[in-house]
Design a protein around this ligand. Structure first.
Ligand code: PRP
Length: 178
């Protein structure tokens, strides 16, 4: 598997330091409010696991599964919900947790989808942001790292369901996805 990675973008230490800083900021911002974390499956599962264990405030956690990429490297531009949330978020403060924002189409869809449940507020948190690729008009409230337009895998991120278990975030060599 390692021969398919051209470079390590963020190693375990760098990720943990950034995740810990993000959790401290979020804990401070929500110290007076109940917070529901909605993590977007599957890619966010490793980030969520580390992030939520650094929080110093009580939180509820739920999951939503959407799909726009499938096994492709390019977004279909069409988002579908594969598994919806179970918690009633009406009147609650919601934070969407993503592994990566690319075009922003998924995040925009998620915000619209969850707003219809009348939460008190919705904010977003992503570990990685390909800001130069945004097509949708989105606001990211908490961000781990900005990245260039490279195909990244590891720490939850996949290509065709592989590489999610890598402890670091690496760049996949072009020859393996083109
Ligand atoms: C990834 C990621 C976001 C979405 C971002 O999910 O987790 O949900 O793509 O792309 P966008 O900003 O262009 O909409 P993916 O469809 O790869 O599913 P996965 O999380 O199960 O790997």
């Amino acid at each position: 598997m390692l021969h398919k990675i051209s470079a390590i973008l963020f190693d375990e230490n760098k990720i943990q330091r950034r995740v810990s800083d993000l959790a401290a900021q979020i804990s401070k911002d929500y110290e007076d409010n109940d917070l529901v974390i909605i993590a977007v499956l599957k890619g966010s599962f490793v980030f969520l696991a580390d992030l939520c264990r650094c929080f110093t405030i009580p939180i509820e956690i739920d999951f939503i599964a959407i799909s726009s990429y499938g096994d492709s490297a390019v977004s279909s531009g069409k988002v579908t919900v594969k598994k919806d949330i179970d918690i009633d978020i009406k009147g609650k403060h919601v934070l969407i947790v993503e592994d990566i924002v690319d075009t922003g189409i998924s995040l925009q869809y998620l915000c619209d989808h969850l707003l219809s449940r009348m939460p008190a507020s919705i904010k977003s948190c992503t570990l990685l942001d390909k800001c130069m690729k945004h097509e949708a008009d989105i606001k990211i409230d908490y961000k781990g790292f900005d990245i260039d337009d490279e195909f990244v895998v590891g720490y939850g991120l996949d290509y065709a369901e592989q590489f999610r278990n890598l402890p670091y975030i690496g760049i996949l060599k072009e020859e393996f996805y083109k």
